[in-house]
Write a protein of this length. Sequence first.
Length: 217
Amino acid sequence: MDQGAFTADGCPVEVYRLLPSDGEAGIVHAAVPEGASILELGSGAGRVTHALLDLGHPVVAVDDSPEMLAEVRAETVCSKIEELRLGRVFDAVLLGSHLVNTAADADHAAFLATARAHVAPGGRVLVEWHPPEWFESVRDGQGGRIGEVDVRLGQVVRDGDLLSAVVRYSAGDRSWAQAFTCRRLDATALNTSLTRAGLVFDRWCADDRTWFSANPA
């Protein structure tokens, strides 16, 4: 049974309120200086934001859902990522939640351009993505437990570089479903996109290559 508010793109707000940080904040913290200021693009309900605050980072959380931002205990900005124009720069800009794998090329380019526009000279952009091999390995039923929420993928369909699926969440007697489509990027496509945004690949930030950093060109 679906419950609660949903964002414009179908994210169940209650699920994101329940989900804890799953190690993302530690990856970011290890990649930036102590106390580095962070702009988090697509923060949701703040599960990563709050962990970063606990690690000593001032964070500005950006999301286009007022319902999501109502859960965030940090400075917030309600805006679409592609429309963000803060006139400020940060030591690090965080583009998590595999947003770089968005299905629409225009959105993908706009997200990276926004990140580049808000990173300070000498700063870095930290990106979470689905590596190419993930697209080959995804199967129906894949998932696990994150905190009190069970997460499972189903209805996996591949169409060229696109992969569509439905992620099903359950917690106690509550359940939610969210459909998504993402695009496979290989190393060449990724580097081309970074170059067009004025960024240069720096290094992998996780052993499984699900996170990387990029620097202003």
